[in-house]
Design a protein around this ligand. Structure first.
Ligand code: AMP
Length: 602
């Protein structure tokens, strides 16, 4: 067996595979000489799968039994994706809380099984081309892919017979292919990737020999397909939709280098029809689609805290960036001509191959670092999101925090692992839940350390440890398809849209928790030292406590804060009494005691 590691671009529409040969990355072709393998699987009546170009040819003929764009489904559950965003030519079972599933005749297939079939074909083709077996691979995924999508991609690789050495982000791979590791130290690079179905923008920094991703943004449903749909509607050819699509796509490609093309429709009602399509017409249709990438680019600049002028290089990835319109748009937005030195369709696969070469020792001196696309954390008291690893943190990363209980004699802590940018846990996505048990103790006494670790593949491992007993539990989110995920960009847009309301809700919740804590403390303090208090003092505290209870009903943060402060003020004497009493009980020795009010520090 060889020591090769192959690099694979597992694309929505097409996939490619490459290997380092004598120090150079080369992309491998199948027996027919094609380097692009359509990511399409057709199932014969016997259930036997056909993969690649032969399957793509079956798509118009037998669409119900031909699966394409499985990458859009991988690692998602029913509620993660609206029904209208799913491919609609073949049957997809979409149930709330369940992994999406493809039904072909009487058999169900997980999306990763389809990807595994595509990967297995790439493996066979590579082995024939190299005349040796290959068993290790680096596979690329969109920067947006969450933990479940990355894990499912890794599973697909394993099912195809690969040891998956790394899952890396597509834009990061592209930067390698453009040779940007050769740039001077501290270079900043934008990777503008507009493919068939997705758009990604990433800002990378080359720093002391390391590639670091400063920010990523994009849209998982924006790309060349939208331009094709607009063209099909515009051209109105007397042909079935699939045929019309094929014809206009070819015309679109030619219009990247020609100003005007003729579209020939042979033998309709005995006539031969000829249409003309100009680049200007295409650009009129494509412009609004391309302009939708602008907001994402601005968002990435804001996240990276950079101005476009601070960039040293802008590189293009994805077939659509061959269009002159896109190149002009990028040049204008970024204030510089993009680097077009590489073939944009092959850059990701080449970069994956170079990364594979780095891992196998065939290439040295470059290390890749990626970032988390969304914040990760756990739910805390009052249903708030407590961020442990913020969005855009460089991975691999390990971070942790200590938590305690809010209720006396609690025996266990339930941990809900969240991903997202919203202040309230319920608005974020739940990646998983588990429970850690411990000896019952007064509230605030148990200590549970929670550690999040994202490994080099972007896979999340969560560890919780009861500090007293040392007992620990780990959940490893690499194998289960249990991540609930909307498109990342929708989450970001929501977090911006609701930023003000979310923040007010967080402040309200925190104030409410404070009120509840104070009211409980007052009740306990009355039980311990109530009768020692002058009746008018006691009445004053009761009034203030009642005012807090009433303010709790209003959902007005300012009112509740004022009521909390007044109650805190009114309980000073009671607090002093309790401290005094505790000193007497413990014979003047220092002892932890129950204080009814804690200062309301604002
Ligand atoms: P990718 O996902 O990177 O393979 O990009 C595929 C998309 O690029 C499809 O929408 C193709 O139609 C489009 N594409 C490929 N070549 C060209 C070209 N020469 N001009 C315009 N669009 C192209």
């Amino acid at each position: 067996m060889s020591n090769d590691i192959v690099g694979i671009d597992l694309g929505t529409t097409n996939s490619l595979i490459g290997v380092m040969e004598a120090g150079f990355p080369i992309l491998l072709a199948d027996a027919g000489g094609a380097r692009l393998t359509p990511s399409v699987v057709h199932f014969l009546e016997t259930g036997e799968p056909i993969v690649g170009a032969a399957a793509a040819r079956m798509r118009p003929v037998d669409p119900r039994n031909t699966v394409y764009s499985a990458k859009r489904l991988i690692g998602l559950r029913g509620d993660d994706i609206p029904a209208e965003d799913l491919p609609n030519d073949y049957e997809i079972l979409r149930q709330s809380g369940q992994a999406l599933c493809i039904q072909i005749r009487n058999r169900l297939y997980a999306p990763e099984e389809i990807s595994a079939l595509v990967l297995a074909k790439l493996k066979r083709d590579a082995e024939s081309a190299l005349d040796r077996s290959v068993s290790r691979a680096v596979i690329t995924v969109p920067a947006y892919f969450n933990d479940a999508q990355r894990s499912a991609t890794k599973c697909a690789g394993e099912a195809a017979g690969f040891a998956v050495e790394r899952i890396i982000n597509e834009p990061t791979a592209a930067a390698l292919a453009y040779g940007l590791d050769k740039l001077r130290e501290k270079s900043r690079i934008a990777v503008y990737d507009l493919g068939g179905g997705t758009f990604d923008i990433s800002i990378l920094e080359m720093n002391e020999g390391l590639f670091q991703v400063l920010a990523t943004s994009g849209n998982t449903r924006l790309g060349g397909d939208d331009i094709d749909a607009a063209l099909v509607a515009h051209c109105n050819l007397p042909l079935p939709d699939w045929q019309k699509r094929e014809i206009v796509i070819e015309a679109k490609h030619r219009l990247s280098t020609e100003d005007c093309v003729a579209i020939d429709v042979p033998f309709i009602e005995g006539k031969h029809l000829r249409y003309e399509l100009t680049r200007a017409e295409l650009e009129k249709l494509a412009r609004p689609i391309v302009q939708r990438t602008r907001a994402h680019c601005l968002r990435a600049f804001a996240d990276a805290k950079l101005k476009p002028t601070a960039l040293d290089e802008v590189i293009l990835v994805g077939g659509v960036t061959r269009m002159p319109l896109v190149r002009q748009f990028v040049a204008q937005l970024f204030g510089r001509e993009p680097n077009t030195s590489q073939n944009p369709d092959e850059a990701v696969a080449l970069g994956a191959t170079i990364q594979a070469g780095i891992l196998s020792g065939a290439v040295r001196e470059v290390v890749l670092l990626d970032v988390t696309p969304l914040s990760l954390g756990i739910e805390t008291f009052g249903g708030l999101m407590n961020v442990i690893i913020p969005r855009n943190s460089t991975i691999p990363i390990k971070a942790g925090e200590m938590f305690t209980t809010a209720v006396n004699n609690q025996r266990a802590m339930k941990l809900k692992i969240l991903q997202g940018e919203r202040e309230l846990a319920a608005d974020n996505w739940t990646l998983g839940r588990f429970e850690i048990e411990f000896e019952p103790a007064p509230k605030g006494v148990p200590r549970v350390g929670v550690q999040f670790e994202i490994d080099a593949n972007g896979i999340l491992h969560v560890l919780a440890r009861d500090i007293r007993s040392g007992a620990e539990k780990i959940i490893n989110l690499s194998s289960a398809v249990d991540v609930s995920d909307e498109a990342v960009e929708a989450m970001l847009a929501d977090s911006l849209e609701h930023a003000f309301a979310d923040m007010s809700e967080r402040v309200w919740t925190e104030t409410r928790l404070k009120s509840e804590e104070m009211l409980a403390a007052v009740t306990e303090a009355f039980a311990v030292a109530g009768e020692k208090l002058a009746p008018n003092e006691k009445r004053k505290i009761e009034e203030k406590a009642q005012a807090v209870r009433e303010a709790l009903q209003t959902h007005e943060t300012g009112k509740l804060k004022a009521a909390n402060a007044a109650l805190d003020e009114a309980t000073q004497e009671l607090a002093a009494l309790i401290v005094e009493q505790a000193m007497v009980v413990s014979g003047g020795k220092e002892k932890e005691t129950l204080a009814p009010g804690t200062r309301n520090d604002e």
